[in-house]
Design a binder for this molecule. Structure first.
Ligand code: NDP
Length: 401
């Protein structure tokens, strides 16, 4: 019997939904490139239901309890006396979502002697101290591709929202105005602009593909180059480093994982190399950017706009500079947790659990750490080390309420 500790975000303030805006989800056969969607033996939820909040339980309770396992679900994840920390000492498996990350630091791992498996229900396992997980022999797995397209759609939306000054224009309507000049004094067309992505993995390349019909000039930088056929099809310009790419771009979108190589990559010095008035969109991880440097660049006009859904820490304290800086289009971390994405990563989480309990191998593409080293997708995209430093600050959100 295993104890499974699952950290999920809180239910809606007006209660767990009893009905939904739509009756079904489109049926997808496979992801771009052919990877199959999750293949658990069964699911105990209706796709389209809210699964990522506490009452949704990722649809796992029936399955786990039928197998004799114990499921504990909580949203209380920050601070030394939170439920997450109190439950850790006899926990075998932790499940967490990046939107409401249960930071699994070295100190917390030390409090969990039985912990053997940490599952990210979604993509991006930087909330786990991967170095400590490697040293302790903990397997870390995530549901690769489950929400990559969800994020790509969100990033394209945010690029358009910033360039066209959508959010302030919407606010004029809410305020009862008809202030056309106020709305358009910062509005431009995306057409003809140079747009670059930092990383062209699953999300980055999906963004490039989606932006191509806007008649923009597309750029990318990545450690591995895309195929010549794709570069030709999308008219892509590859740059060997971020520093080579930034000076030519009007819009930059960040799509690499957070790991020691990318932590605070976008600092004051790097932002200074961007075109004055560039737009920066980060839907990858907040800590890839230096928060204060971004806020200063917006105030000085070096950046014309910044948008994203990822912060550090999460939840962001009330005094986080990104809540109050000018010309931003920030949301809480939502892009990868649409109801559509939840159905996929809940099924993927179940697939990983089924494999674990049956002692069958977890798909290579889901693995981040295994056997004491980076493995599978993790070996391709991450570097060893820890990116959880400072995560204890997440407790300040709770204290302020
Ligand atoms: P992929 O693994 O498909 O792509 C990541 C890409 O980043 C790879 O091509 C990798 O290069 C590249 N990369 C890694 N390090 C660097 C670096 N130092 N410089 C340039 N490129 C680098 O992952 P996805 O596209 O699916 O997801 C990317 C990230 O997006 C996730 O790790 C996660 O942090 C974030 N994400 C955010 C979500 C949200 O809800 N906002 C949801 C899902 C993901 P290579 O492999 O060629 O070495």
């Amino acid at each position: 019997m295993a104890k499974v500790l699952c950290v999920l975000y809180a239910d809606p303030v007006d209660g767990y939904p009893t009905s939904y805006a739509r009756d079904d989800l489109p049926k997808l056969d496979h992801y771009p490139g052919g990877q199959t969607l999750p293949t658990p033996r069964a699911i105990d939820f209706k796709p389209g239901a809210l699964l990522g909040s506490v009452s949704g339980e990722l649809g796992l309770r029936k399955f786990l309890e039928a197998g004799g396992h114990k499921l504990v679900v909580t949203a209380d994840k920050d601070g030394p006396n939170c439920r997450f920390e109190r439950e850790l000492p006899d926990t075998d498996i932790v499940i967490s979502q990046p939107f409401w990350p249960a930071y699994l630091t070295r100190q917390r791992i030390a409090k969990a002697p039985r912990l053997k498996l940490a599952i990210t229900a979604g993509i991006g396992s930087d909330h786990v101290d991967l170095q400590a997980a490697m040293e302790r022999g903990i397997t870390v797995a995530e549901v690769t591709y489950s929400n990559s397209i969800s994020v790509a759609e969100h990033a394209v939306m945010m690029i358009l929202a910033l360039v066209r000054n959508y959010i302030p224009s919407y606010q004029w309507v809410i305020k009862g105005g008809w202030n056309i000049a106020d709305c358009v004094a910062r509005a431009y067309d995306l057409e003809g602009m140079h747009v670059g992505t930092v990383a062209a993995g699953r999300i980055g390349s999906a963004i490039l593909r989606r932006l191509a019909p806007f008649d923009v000039k597309l750029h990318y930088t990545d450690r591995h180059r895309l195929s010549p056929a794709l570069e030709k099809e999308l008219h892509l310009t590859w740059h060997p480093t971020v520093r080579d790419m930034l000076p030519v771009c009007d819009v930059v979108t960040i799509n690499c994982p957070l790991h020691p190589e990318t932590e605070h990559l976008f600092n004051e010095a790097l932002i200074r190399t961007m075109k004055r008035g560039a737009y920066l969109v980060d839907t990858a991880r907040g800590k890839i950017c230096d928060a204060e440097a971004v806020a200063r660049a917006l105030k000085s006009g070096q950046l014309a706009g910044y948008a994203g859904d990822v912060w550090f820490p999460q939840p962001a304290p009330q005094d986080h500079p990104w809540r109050h800086m000018p010309h931003h289009g920030m949301t809480p971390h939502v892009s990868g947790t649409t109801l559509s994405a939840q159905a996929r990563y809940a099924a993927g989480t179940r697939e990983i659990l089924e494999c674990w309990f049956d002692r069958r191998p977890i798909r290579e593409e889901y693995l981040i750490v295994d056997g004491g080293k980076l493995a599978g997708a993790g070996a391709h995209s991450y570097s060893p080390g820890d990116a959880t430093g400072g995560s204890a600050q997440a407790a300040r959100f709770k204290q302020a309420r």
